[in-house]
Design a protein around this ligand. Sequence first.
Ligand code: GTQ
Length: 349
Amino acid sequence: MSLTEAPQTTPERQAYYAKIDGQNFSALWNVLSGIITPAPKSACQPYLWEFGPARDLLMEAGSLITAKEAERRVLILENPGMRGQSRITTSLYAGLQLVLPGEVAPAHRHSQSALRFVMDGGGACTAVNGERTLMEVGDFVITPPNAWHDHGNESDRPMIWMDGLDIPMLSFYDASFAEGLGEDVQAITKPVGDSMARYGANLLPVDFERKGLASPLFNYPYARTREALEAMRRRDEWDPCHGLKMHYINPADGGSAMPTISPFVQLLPKGFATAAYRSTDATVFTVVEGTGRTTIGTTTYHWKPKDIFVVPSWHSVIHEASEDAVLFSYSDRVAQQKLGIWREARGTH
Ligand code: GTQ
């Protein structure tokens, strides 16, 4: 059996293929090398979106349609290798959402999980499961699957965040459910800060029972994350491939904060260059602080705060920081790990 090439064709074989085609069959030997490849072959391409032009386009959308009419006023980041498919990697979606002062994005829920990573503005709110949280730049916020959520902006500045969802994954499994609440905002039943107090202080209520697989914490404020990174850097122990890289966890089980998406944050000190690394989880990065460049395969992308770039599966990646830099990223690593298919390789191969 050869995994690299299809057998020669003959007139008899051609006639046979036409015959089986009419009965909804096809011959594996003609497609085998294309469907079981020796290494990942992805339509996903590396790409970098600069924040400045993206912000201008979003503000233009702001004068064309309200958040309410749009339901969600979002520009989808379309991977150039998979245009029209509303995806940034094969399994993940990314968008940039704008909520202007005084606007609401009405309450709805869906089986897709969402993360928000706050890019610009400050003081807008999202409500999840009866609790509101204020969002500031760098905060990482979760909307668990099937949780009612609505967004509002009572600040005096436009608010822009990045949405990361598992939309392509749910469509792959044909498992999408969604409904609107029929109200702009959901009933608020909990005080601001409730979930942080209960689950974000290395404490859990004594009879805590998990509901679903997502973290019961839904805002991971950047101020805390940054402080943790700063304290850890004093040990001066840098991972050659990642600098100092942490993942956001669910305090109830120590696993990923989200069941289908792995969110990460990493610090790269000024002058640090990572060793080549690749993994099967295509990854979306955004720059929180600093400038630098990332080489994906043979192409180098220069970045600055708020830019977004994507590294496809099994592409070699090298980061170089010109200043102290903080990168937020997310991938489907946790999903692949649960299925036993995740793989990584360190160094050049
Ligand atoms: O904020 O609920 O970018 O439902 C795509 C789908 C955002 C949201 C998106 C959504 C949302």
